[in-house]
Design a protein around this ligand. Structure first.
Ligand code: ADP
Ligand code: MG
Ligand code: MG
Length: 915
């Protein structure tokens, strides 16, 4: 459930008490706010306040709190209180600095920075050097005795203000800038001199005039108000909305605005700017980690325009600044008791801190850092459990490249940055849209590698569907690196030897040209890019540090975690990941195998029960041997086997294909005996054809109309169970009847299962314990769960079908509707991915209560896709289910999510997944 700090609508802005504090000042050694006030000040503002209070060198400024943003969203403006308090804070800042915004011989310049409660990279670009205009730029040039610096700052302002506030495309400015560099034969931005930059400014102003029909605003106050409002508006831009959706952040929070006195990293060779981490965010190793650039400003380091320098080099260039930075960041880490991600600027040899926050990291690093910090006495074991997002555990399960498959000649570069670990193999695409087109949202479509010179927040939808990301520019803290690490996705960044031509949709390296659709393999653990489709090796989930963290978490867990596995191989895999049984074994998957399909088809084509039984008899030994394998793998753990569920036509050829084949034969070989066979087949296919197969002849309806199918399956299950038990292996079969809506359906099928069980036990003179239960997938079943429980010894919620039948959404076609529903805010999440607590969840809760009112020891679990999704797992814990069942690769995630849910109950820690 969304936590919201939004005040009720009725509290109209004009009735707001005059005392609302909208603006929080920081500077001169103390701040109005503090680090705990992230709701009001946003993460960045809270960090600036906290650092100021700690006496760290932070340029002074003020934060306009999130309430002003929420007001702006409601009313399309801000109240006069906000304007007044902002003017007061500005006056205070001017006084503290002894400067005036954009005026006088020593003009005050500020940055305008967005900053929400949760960091949202790329929501809005920061505007630097605000306050510059045609006059103040001259004053700055004179005062700094550095005209180049002044004009560089002014051109940056026009560029940033132009794109962020005036919404002119960045390319319009880049064109001008690149043309000037070419004209002056300048290789680097820094090679342009004052005169050239002045020319750039004149042309930038023309761009502004042409695109907006107005001049670049010269009044510093106008600039400030416009920039502030642009930050508020940026909360609702598409990138921000998308980021919030995939990260579960409430749309109601709003952003704060930070206005801060500028310090200049572009003053010359004793100035610079950089970013860093107190530990390695990719591996978790305890080392000072980061990058910087001398004579640079703002985002130069992460933008990949120049190649940044490793932070350890700073020790050689400016040892005292380096030591001070280490000392400050170590203090910050101890203070926040977490790995810090910090930003700094050096102005003329003096260090300033511009930001600190808990750093994003890979799952590998999250586990390592948590364990180190417990060992260092910084955090407790209980806290460590919450330092890892359950989804991040994928990192321990990510594949690596098979070295034997790699010939040195295939290695296109080994000098890329290992930005996010794991290996990815796929076809090249050059734009985010192409990635979505080729990869779609389903894993079944073609795997793609998104190749860009560098990524921007606009690429996020493509990054989401790509198997891996490759960029030719940008460092370990570039957008691509940071975002993929958060996603647990493989990324090689800054592979400088690769030339990416997005326009021509080409990648050139080592004299070879690669086009869209060509296969490459990327290794985010080492930074290599390899030609072709290489083999990958499955990882080992038995990392000792992972096991240690799990051993701290697991004692809290109440919910059992099972896996969905249909064949012995998957069952073995699931056990390795710690599954405590199988929650769903789909028998039909066994029938699709090549050797079995003919028998399955013969069964379906049978004219009468006798023929059908004959075909089933052939299937029996195959089913039995599968079950033997699965039971052996699950030695001692329960195995839930579902009787046949899908509509029978799924096992037959497609009607359209048959019709085409028949038409061709009729024309070419009308005498062929095959033609007759096909016609019979077509007749059966047409008999079985249904308009709504998902609501049709499937589930228990099959077993009721053809009881011999259930009989055969029950026989295979019990014969296998008895055989395995005789070998001394413990077996607990749970036979599950799908898609029941009434207790009579359940009684009908349960009677068959029990009768066959008795027969087998008698024949074999042996017995095993077993249960018969049902899958709850229809709202009616949930409503009459107390009745159904009379015949059912367990419930397993099939939340995929239950979501489908509750919403009336076809889960195979919902993607036509879903994007609009999510964009319009009608649904917050895809209900097939995240369990809909209010609707479907209510049915689950209610059916569990009703079922247990009949049978107090009713075993209840879920086996839909939701069983491996952390927020859904949390919900299952809260309503007291016995287990969740998910795909083998999500077992670890589910285990940690279940442990966190239980630990947060016990420790009263905020463990909710929804931010
Ligand atoms: P983001 O949220 O994208 O990190 P920031 O608001 O932190 O954006 O700004 C990005 C960069 O701009 C900072 O890392 C810093 O280098 C630069 N910057 C911001 N404010 C100032 C300032 N007052 N003086 C100098 N540089 C600044
Ligand atoms: Mg920043
Ligand atoms: Mg189902």
């Amino acid at each position: 459930m969304a936590t919201t700090t939004l005040k009720p609508e009725i509290e109209m802005s004009d009735k707001k008490p005059a005392s609302t504090k909208y603006v929080y000042f920081f500077g001169g050694g103390k701040a109005d706010g503090n680090g705990k006030m992230k709701d009001e000040l946003g993460g960045k503002g809270a960090g600036l306040a906290e650092m100021t209070n700690a006496g760290l060198p932070v340029p002074p400024g003020f934060t306009i709190q999130t309430e002003a943003c929420r007001e702006y969203m409601r009313t399309n403006g801000v109240s006069s209180d906000v304007d007044r308090q902002m003017e007061e804070a500005l006056a205070r800042l001017e006084q503290l600095q002894g400067q005036k915004l954009g005026k006088g011989e020593n003009p005050l310049l500020v940055s305008v920075r967005s900053g929400a409660k949760f960091s949202m990279p790329g929501m809005m670009d920061t505007i630097l050097n605000l306050g510059l205009n045609d006059q103040s730029v001259e004053a700055l040039a004179k005062r700094s005795n550095n005209p180049r610096f002044a004009y560089d700052s002014y051109r940056r302002l026009i560029q940033m203000f132009g794109s962020v506030v005036l919404e002119i495309s960045k390319a319009a400015f880049e064109e001008v800038f690149d043309a000037k560099k070419e004209q002056k034969r300048a290789k680097l931005d820094t090679d342009l001199d004052a005169k050239a930059l002045k020319e750039v400014i004149a042309e930038y102003k023309k761009v502004v005039k042409k695109k907006t029909k107005r001049d670049f605003p010269q009044d510093p106050h106008d600039q400030l108000v416009m920039a502030r409002d642009a930050v508020f508006r940026s909360w609702n831009n598409e990138r921000a909305k998308h980021y919030r959706r995939i990260n579960n952040i409430s749309d109601d929070l709003g952003t704060a605005v930070n206005v801060q006195a500028m310090v200049y990293g572009n003053l010359g060779e004793t100035s610079g700017t950089g970013v860093g981490f107190t530990r390695n965010p990719a591996t978790g190793t305890k080392e000072f980690y980061g990058e910087f650039l001398m004579n640079a400003q703002g985002e130069d380091v992460v933008a990949g325009i120049r190649t940044p320098v490793h932070i350890l080099e700073l020790e050689k260039i400016m040892p005292s600044v380096y030591n001070q930075l280490r000392e400050i960041t170590t203090r910050l880490e101890r203070h926040y008791r977490d790995m810090q991600d910090f930003e700094f600027t050096i102005q003329d040899g003096k260090l300033y801190m511009l930001q600190t926050r808990n750093g994003k990291r890979t799952g590998l690093a999250a586990v390592r850092v948590a364990i180190q910090m417990v060992e260092e006495g910084l955090i407790t074991k209980e806290e460590a459990i919450f330092r890892v997002e359950p989804n991040q555990l994928y990192d321990f399960l990510v594949p690596r490249l098979d070295e034997k498959d790699i010939r040195p000649a295939d290695v296109l570069t080994s000098k890329g940055l290992p930005a996010s670990p794991g290996a990815a193999v796929g076809q090249i695409v050059f734009t985010a849209d192409d990635a979505v087109r080729r990869a779609g949202h389903e894993t079944t479509k073609s795997p793609v590698i998104l190749v860009r010179s560098e990524t921007t927040p606009e690429d996020i939808h493509g990054m989401e569907v790509a198997k891996g990301i490759l960029t030719s520019r940008g460092g370990m803290t570039s957008h691509a690196a940071v975002v993929t690490r958060g996603m647990g996705k493989c990324c090689v960044a800054g592979a400088g030897e690769i030339e990416v031509d997005e326009k021509a949709r080409e990648m050139r390296v080592k004299g070879q040209v690669f086009k869209e659709g060509d296969w490459i393999s990327v290794d985010g653990t080492t930074g290599r890019v390899i030609k072709g489709k290489k083999n990958t090796i499955d990882p080992k989930p038995d990392d000792p540090e992972l096991l240690k963290l799990m051993s701290w978490a697991e004692p809290f867990r109440k919910l059992r975690v099972r896996a969905n596995a249909d064949i012995p191989r998957d069952a073995i895999q699931a056990r390795a990941f710690g599954a405590e049984g199988i929650g769903l074994c789909r028998t039909e998957h066994m029938f699709f195998a090549e050797k079995r399909l003919p028998h399955m088809r013969a069964m379906i084509m049978a004219h009468d029960e006798k023929e059908r039984r004959a075909a089933l008899k052939k299937l029996l030994p195959m089913q039995r041997s599968d079950f033997i394998g699965v039971f052996k793998a699950m030695n001692g753990f329960p195995v839930t086997i579902r009787t046949l569920d899908p509509p029978l036509h799924e096992f037959l050829p497609r009607r359209e294909d048959l019709m085409v084949e028949i038409a061709v034969l009729e024309a070419m070989k009308p005498k062929s005996p095959k033609l007759k066979r096909l016609k019979t087949l077509l007749r059966r296919v047409e008999e079985l054809h249904e308009l709504n197969p998902m609501l049709g002849h499937r589930g228990c309806r099959l077993g009721i109309t053809y009881p011999e199918i259930t009989e055969m399956q029950a026989r295979a299950i019990f014969e296998a169970a008895v055989a395995v038990a005789k070998d001394g292996i413990k077996v607990y079969p749970e036979v599950m009847i799908p898609l029941t809506a009434t207790v009579k359906e359940m009684a009908n099928q349960a009677a068959i299962v029990r009768r066959v069980a008795d027969e087998v036990f008698k024949e074999k003179d042996a017995k095993v314990d077993y249960l018969v239960g049902t899958m709850i997938e229809l709202p009616r079943a949930a409503l009459v769960a107390d009745e159904i429980a009379k015949e059912s010894e367990f419930f397993s919620f099939g939340t995929n079908d239950l979501t489908q039948t509750t919403f009336g959404f076809s889960r195979d076609d919902v993607n036509k509707i879903l994007p609009t529903y999510i964009a319009e805010g009608i649904l917050k999440h895809d209900p097939f991915a995240v369990l809909d607590r209010e609707g479907v969840g209510q049915l689950v809760r209610m059916a569990t209560e009703r079922g247990r009112s009949t049978r107090s020891d009713l075993k209840v679990g879920i086996c839909g896709e939701h069983g491996g999704e952390p927020s859904s797992v949390e919900f299952c814990h809260q309503i007291g289910l016995n287990y969740v069942s998910c795909s083998p690769f999500r077992v670890l995630t589910a285990r940690l999510a279940a442990a966190q849910a239980a630990a947060s109950d016990k420790l009263k820690v905020e463990g909710g997944r929804t931010k």
